[in-house]
Ligand binder design. Structure first.
Ligand code: CAA
Ligand code: NAD
Length: 293
């Protein structure tokens, strides 16, 4: 029996308990911000080692934040960090957390089939009121939601990297997303201290800089310098791609190129494909377009 959509039980969910699936750059950042604003967070990933690394990353990011916000009062800063860390638990087996979640947000690999499998699996376990959100950069939310029996309670919640600093969150509603779900997510993002904007689909805002036509005009160093000093970008396109992760950029570009095969902007980049095949994924592997120590 299919569940009925938008029953009274799912109206105006106040999001307090959050499960975040995927403890990489984005999942850890979102967990940090949600925990810092008093939400109870469970961060889920595939191994304890990944989760340990995520918790270490959250702690060091919090130290950077606290240095500014508690500059004259380091003791209160330490208390704050301790409280925030207490708001985050980790798990490789999420069923208990899911049973009490108001929101499940996925920030796993940018792959439709894997995201659909995850949402299909979670749908069977989560309470009726639970909202499902995806942090996808490029995949259609309606396709991910189609793996569930609750498309009215599915939406995109697109954060930007680094999450603790970037103010914007795109709240992506499909034609099936209920107004109550959108409202709950808008209230949640505001409670995180972010500025939400509502969208119907995600924009292809990142264009891979690895195309031959880009290199024909200047070196990557000169392009990055030009965009920073001439256009006011905080990072040039090569630096930013390394920061986002070249595997993620490749998933995004391949998705757009499939959708718009004749658009030269999305034509496959041999350089990007080569770097990804060599495991040079950017800052996270200490080498991408640039090398890092
Ligand atoms: N957590 C907490 N604080 C952080 C931080 C983090 N993860 N990263 C940087 N900071 C703080 C630093 O501590 C530093 O603080 P002070 O000013 O007190 O020293 C401050 O931010 C500046 O950092 P840095 O000096 O290390 O470096 P920077 O000046 O180059 O700033 C940056 C770093 C904020 C990341 C900046 O380069 C920037 O805004 N880059 C562009 C980011 C961007 O465009 N993101 C969007 C990517 S696209 C996306 O996310 C969507 C998608 O789907 C792929
Ligand atoms: P990442 O590679 O840093 O982290 C992904 C994490 O998900 C890894 O720790 C991996 O072990 C885990 N994972 C994968 N499959 C899983 C599963 N089935 N169950 C549990 N955990 C699983 O990736 P990221 O950069 O954090 O990106 C995550 C998502 O956020 C992607 O959809 C990406 O497009 C999107 N996004 C990325 C950025 C960015 O700048 N990197 C910005 C906005 C949105």
């Amino acid at each position: 029996i299919k569940r009925s959509f938008s029953s009274s039980a799912v109206r105006n969910v106040v999001i307090k308990n959050v499960t975040i699936i995927g403890g990489g750059q984005m999942g850890a950042g979102i967990a940090q911000v949600a925990a810092s604003t008093g939400h109870s967070v469970t961060l889920v990933d595939m191994t304890d080692d990944i989760l340990k690394k995520a918790m270490k990353g959250i702690q060091s990011s919090l130290r950077r934040v606290v240095k500014k916000t508690f500059s004259g009062d380091p003791e209160s800063g330490d208390d704050f960090i301790q409280k925030v860390m207490q708001n985050v638990s980790t798990s490789t087996e999420p069923s208990a957390a899911i049973a009490t979640s108001d929101l499940i947000l996925e920030a796993i690999v940018e792959n439709m089939k894997i995201k659909q499998d995850l949402f299909g699996f979670l749908d069977k376990m989560a309470p009726e009121h639970t909202i499902f959100a995806s942090n996808t950069s490029s995949l259609p939310i309606s396709d991910i939601a189609s793996a569930t029996s609750r498309p009215d309670r599915c939406a995109g919640l697109h954060f930007f990297n680094p999450v603790p600093l970037m103010k914007l969150v795109e709240v992506v509603a499909t034609t099936s997303t209920s107004p109550e779900t959108s409202e709950s997510l808008l209230n949640f993002t505001k409670a995180l201290g972010k500025t939400p904007v509502c969208c119907k689909f995600l924009n292809p805002c990142l264009v891979c800089p690895g195309h031959p036509w880009v290199h024909r005009h200047a070196s990557k160093e000169d392009i990055d310098t030009g965009m920073k000093l001439g256009a006011g970008y905080p990072m040039g396109p090569f630096e930013l791609s390394d920061y986002v992760g070249l595997d993620t950029i490749k998933f995004i570009m391949d998705g757009w190129s499939k959708k718009e095969p004749d658009n030269p902007i999305f034509a496959p980049s041999q350089l990007l494909n080569k770097l990804v095949a060599e495991g040079k994924l950017g800052k996270k592997t200490l080498e991408g377009f640039y090398k890092y120590n």
